[in-house]
Write a protein that binds this ligand. Structure first.
Ligand SMILES: CC(C)(COP(=O)(O)OP(=O)(O)OC[C@H]1O[C@@H](n2cnc3c(N)ncnc32)[C@H](O)[C@@H]1OP(=O)(O)O)[C@@H](O)C(=O)NCCC(=O)NCCS
Length: 170
């Protein structure tokens, strides 16, 4: 399956909505029900205008359905760090797509965002699939953790930071 990455525009909203309505996506992003379409659309349109967030939709050559999405957030005092958010259509999970999406995040940051030195992932400690995605791409696990409230479970969990340092040879 060949993946096609496209910067999101207004026309990609329906596909983004499908991905964010996926049960596994709802669970791992901390919600307990499908997003309200109008609210999500308002939020989505705002994201498209942001300079510090790049949103991608992922399609494939084998299906008309969207297969995933990716956010690249530019963070840090020096605006030199990317934090990623990604998701895969659960119909296609376990086929290496999540790993490939993270590889794209690294390659894009290296090649297109030359001011970026590091690609980070903050991942829930029990999100094994996502942890595998970053470790397979050569990220290092760190000791940094962040406590967050998870609405759907009405409990606190920890996110752990994983880091990929970009080395550029000039
Ligand atoms: C996390 C996610 C992106 C993974 O996508 P994917 O396409 O299934 O990822 P891959 O197939 O590349 O890799 C997943 C790996 O984790 C493994 N895995 C997934 N869940 C697992 C579990 N509960 N126990 C053990 N292994 C698990 C898979 O078998 C696969 O192993 P492999 O690399 O050895 O083959 C996808 O499940 C998803 O969209 N989840 C909801 C949103 C989310 O959690 N996003 C990440 C936020 S940090």
């Amino acid at each position: 399956m060949k993946l096609i990455f496209k910067r999101c525009d207004e026309e990609d909203f329906e596909d983004f909505f499908i991905l964010r309505s996926d049960d596994e996506n709802i669970y791992w992003t901390g919600y307990d029900k499908k997003p309200n379409k109008n609210n999500l659309k308002n939020w989505y349109l705002k994201q498209l205008k942001r300079d510090d967030r790049l949103l991608f939709i992922v399609r494939s050559d084998e299906t008309d359905e969207p297969v995933g999405y990716l956010y690249l957030d530019i963070v840090g005092d020096n605006h030199n760090i990317i934090e990623t958010g990604h998701g895969v259509n659960s119909k296609y999970k376990g086929k290496g797509l999540g790993t490939e999406i993270i590889k794209f995040a690294i390659d894009y940051s290296k090649n297109e965002l030359t001011f970026i030195d590091e690609v980070d992932g903050w991942i829930l400690e029990d999100n094994i699939g996502s942890i595998k995605n970053v470790l397979k791409n050569g990220y290092d696990e760190t000791d940094e953790r962040k406590k967050i409230y998870v609405e759907n479970l009405n409990t606190y969990k920890f996110l752990k930071k994983y880091v990929y340092k970009i080395i550029r040879i000039s």
